[in-house]
Design a protein around this ligand. Structure first.
Ligand SMILES: Cc1ncc(COP(=O)(O)O)c(C=O)c1O
Length: 380
């Protein structure tokens, strides 16, 4: 059979490779982005409560109404713009499915989509499998700032979408109010859509406010904004997320969602609706994760690694230029084999493989894990 791959460049992700190697070498795994501590027992109890109470059949296609209402209220309160729970919120199988639906619903063959790299790895294949053409803007270490004049020069009559991500995986940088205003001005009067991936909205540090696309009316009206309960409530394996978009965009989004997944795990949605009633469950997150970031930075202070700025997410990047000239993948492999710590080489997040000799460490780990990893890295 002749089968021409629609995604010839896609292989096993670096996350699977590094996690498998970490296991093989019994290394401390700071590579893949997931917490090594459990979600709140109260939330787990609510999920099993709803399972026992018989909430085990299909949820409505756009999501459980009480959860969508809670999310619309939460977003309106946080970002100062009304959100219509019925028309504008859809619950998805993680943010990844939301990202896919937004792209599949709007990007046609030949459409250009501007992506900032390094990037979360699902954007590019989702664009390509739908016939879109990724137009890559490479951000550079150490601060990975966007030059919006450069972005303007990438916009053509074929540009359908710009994908942003703040706080940003893998770099830990954030877009500021000025960035969002620049993007708003750039897209004003155009048909360019924005996909704003905000899965780390609550993981933002040093008192900064998250600059959601939902805050800016000119962006709000053209944006799909994606979120993840996996990130917010330490439950990445549950794969529940959501998207907020204006009615015209959401109607198209749901046409794909309806046939791609239809609906998401009912008891989890019911439990999340209850859990969100208490804002402390997410309001405490910046302090919780900032303490972990600061512990990792403090423990690595005596090491030869140089920390890059980390304003948000649960990733902190480190340059190892003063240790070695090795390519970052070779260096990361050596860290696993010789020092027992797994990290992700940041070149993996660039389609070009750009190597600035930076590794990414995930600090969504217990204090004991972070201290043990840092002690090993201080020996490098
Ligand atoms: C930037 C970004 N977007 C989306 C996701 C996926 O979220 P989910 O697990 O809810 O699909 C991740 C997960 O690592 C991510 O880092």
């Amino acid at each position: 059979m002749l089968l021409t791959s629609k995604l010839p460049d896609v292989g096993t992700t670096i996350f699977s490779v590094m996690s498998a190697l970490a296991q093989e070498h019994n290394a401390i795994n700071l590579s893949q982005g997931f917490p090594n501590f459990p979600p709140d027992a109260q939330l787990i109890d609510r999920v099993s409560y709803y399972m026992r109470e018989g909430y085990n059949q299909y949820a409505p296609m756009p999501g459980w109404p009480a959860l969508r209402q809670a999310l619309a209220d939460k977003a309106a309160l946080a970002y100062g713009q009304p959100v219509d729970w019925a028309e504008e919120v859809t619950i998805t199988a993680g943010a990844t499915q939301a990202i896919y639906c937004a792209i599949a619903a709007t990007v046609r063959p030949g459409d250009e989509v501007i992506l900032f790299e390094p990037a979360y790895d699902s954007y590019r294949p989702a664009v390509e499998v739908n016939g879109g053409i990724p137009v890559i803007y490479e951000l550079r270490a150490p601060d990975y700032r966007v030059d919006w004049g450069m972005v303007e020069s990438l916009i053509t009559s074929a540009t359908r979408m710009i994908i942003i991500n703040t706080p940003h995986n893998p770099t830990g940088s954030t877009l500021k109010r000025e960035d969002m205003l620049a993007l708003q001005a750039l897209t004003d009067g155009t048909d360019v859509l924005v996909l704003s991936d905000e899965v780390y909205e609550h993981l933002i540090y040093d008192g900064a406010a998250h600059q959601s696309a939902l805050r800016f009316p000119g962006l709000r009206s053209r944006s799909f904004v994606t979120f993840s309960f996996g990130k917010t409530f330490h439950a990445t394996g549950w794969k529940v997320g959501y998207c907020i978009a204006p009615p015209q965009l959401m109607a198209e989004f749901r046409k794909v969602h309806q046939y791609n997944t239809f609906s998401v795990h009912t008891p989890t949605q019911c439990a999340l609706a209850d859990y969100l009633r208490d804002p402390k469950h997410y309001e405490q997150l910046p302090a919780f994760y900032q303490a972990k970031r600061d512990l990792l930075l403090e423990q690595l202070e005596p090491s030869r690694f140089d920390a890059l700025p980390c304003e948000g997410t649960y990733f902190c990047n480190f340059s190892y230029k003063s240790i070695s000239k090795e390519p970052d993948t070779a260096f990361a492999l050596r860290l696993i084999k010789e020092y027992g710590v797994a990290a992700i080489p940041v070149s993996a997040f660039y389609s070009s493989g750009k190597d600035e000799q930076v590794i990414r460490l995930c600090f969504a780990k217990t204090e004991g894990t972070l201290r043990a990893a840092a002690a090993a890295l201080c020996r490098v």
